[in-house]
Design a binder for this molecule. Sequence first.
Ligand SMILES: *Cc1c(COP(=O)(O)O)cnc(C)c1O
Length: 751
Amino acid sequence: MKFRFPVVIIDEDFRSENISGSGIRDLAEAIGQEGVEVIGFTSYGDLTAFAQQASRASSFIVSIDDEEFGDGSDGDVEKALAGIRGFIREVRKRNTDIPIFLYGETRTSRHIPNEILRELHGFIHMFEDTPEFVARHIIREARKYLDSLAPPFFDALMDYASDSSYSWHCPGHSGGVAFLKSPVGQMFHQFFGENLLRADVCNAVDELGQLLDHTGPVAASERNAARIFGCDHLFFVTNGTSTSNKVVWHSTVAPGDIVVVDRNCHKSILHSIIMTGAIPVFLMPTRNHYGIIGPIPKSEFDPETIRQKIADNPFARNAVNKKPRILTITQSTYDGVLYNVETIKDILGSTIDTLHFDEAWLPHAAFHSFYRDMHAIGSGRPRSDDTLVFATQSTHKLLAGLSQASQILVQDSKNRKLDTHRFNESYLMHSSTSPQYAIIASCDVAAAMMEAPGGTALVEESILEALDFRRAMRKVDDEFGADDWWFRVWGPDRLAEEGMGDRDDWVIHSGDRWHGFGEIESGFNMLDPIKATIITPGLDVDGSFDDVGIPAAIVSKYLAEHGIIIEKTGLYSFFIMFTIGITKGRWNSMVTELQQFKDDFDNNEPLWRIMPEFAKRFPKYERVGLRDLCSEIHEVYRQYDVARITTDMYLSKIQPAMTPADAWAKMAHRQVERVAIDDLEGRITAMLVTPYPPGIPLLIPGECYNKIIVSYLQFVRDFNGRFPGFETDVHGLVREKVNGEDHYFVDVVKN
Ligand SMILES: *Cc1c(COP(=O)(O)O)cnc(C)c1O
């Protein structure tokens, strides 16, 4: 297979008509004769930007000419070396392996200090050897380097795909050939390209190993990833962390087991509860009035508190085994709140069998000391005596995985090791028997990319970009001054003027006003700076409404129409994240688009002008001004005191009337009925009820509707009726037209 990894030459004489220029051009030509591409530069330009070429080059040839050494005085030599030293340092920060050659005249080599020589793959003496000889030497080293790049599975898959074997196995498109037999198939083939289809094979191909049994190159890749992520066992999963969570749960939880779960967990955990027949006991996170979910207070983890919760729960208190089987928390909430894992392990001791950290948003943390102890597993982390620790990570969310790429990490305890054979039975229960090989390869590559030092550099870069974004937003704010408005980024008041600053700035301290979580334990949590929640005006952290407000839903619709898609939108906040794929262009466009929004808001521009697509779909807003629309929705939010309702509703006492699995059984057996939302109070939900935003389940099958939840659902109905296009979607509600009007229903257990 042919790749484009040119040899990069840096020589200020590359285009000069002198002897040195002609020497380097002869070398370039000789390399080209061997079929290898060469790119020549005459200077580094911006060093950091230049060093990033290392990800697309196969080697560097850095010239060091006689003239640069001037008369040989120390000053001249130092100056010449400084450039090279800086270049090498920048490259090696990310890449320890790419070959770097120095190219110059014989007598200059003695000027090169050891610290530079050590990083080199050779010193090429101009005119001593023939250009052809030197070219072959360079190409050999470059090839050796490129051959070492691909991790085991990706390597084997590329080999297989380029082998042109006739396949009789699934998938039926046979390496893409089936597509070529129809016009629309042709289109599909051209769009995705031959390689994706050639590499789309099934697990009958022996030489690639098996994901489901963890053999061959797949197993080698999983071991490689385990080493990189610093865990004892690692399993790639091709159905997302939704599946990883179910695998972990089914490997250890059985009907009637007590489980301790973050109330604001992902729905896949709630599905796991239903599927395993567990009895859930919930840990309650704090919340602020922006709707941002805060940490579960440290006291909630106290074994005595958990015992009390078990005693208070009508089902858990009658369980045969009172020792919880598993504790699952969301390690990195949507908004970026992290827990100190070592503290949690210490508090719990051996009172729970298995700890599970849902790190869907945190696969990057193991690679930077900024996150020390604030993630589940990593090299050198202490082991528990008896407790197995699991982390499930969505490689595709923050690292370079294809959608659905996920992984399960395990840390054994001192006294109990994971039985991988038994664990795999659960893995099989939730895996397709036809895993997608491109996803496996992306798990493999995403892990290899994080190998030190490259991974650390990537994480550092995303933190730095995130901090630069925050600084840019503050600068805009400062320029507008106190009499004007601007968006704020949720986070600590103290922000280093440059660089990473102090990690302690991001640790959450009791009573600090910015977070709005009140008196919580200092040092137990931290905010991940790469998650940036942008706060729109209108609501303060105490939940009081200002006179003027800009509901975030309008901002995100506006941004969408200007080509910027937001991950999650709340009432007066929306969030963006700085993955390792972040670019300066992306976040700078955010800043400028927000400025456009501000202008359009201040001028009360009509929607037909600034959001034409949206106005076309919802003509009732065509002539409405942006500021007027904001005010109108803001007024409704204020009337209903919706920030407080939402917070109170999530924190309200909710009683289970049956276990989630029993409520699900009612659904399966159709012992449910569809009831209008006005009549819900006291009824048992058969559905998972999840409002978007924030996408956090509100009610779990088997729980009862209370007054505040009913009034929230009524608000949703009224709001959605008044503001089409800005609907709050509540998953679990059924909308039906009765006499031309929208009515909302939910499936509840029959009385
Ligand atoms: C996204 C998410 C998941 C599910 O991950 P997928 O890879 O999308 O299946 C699980 N837990 C949390 C906290 C998530 O945010």
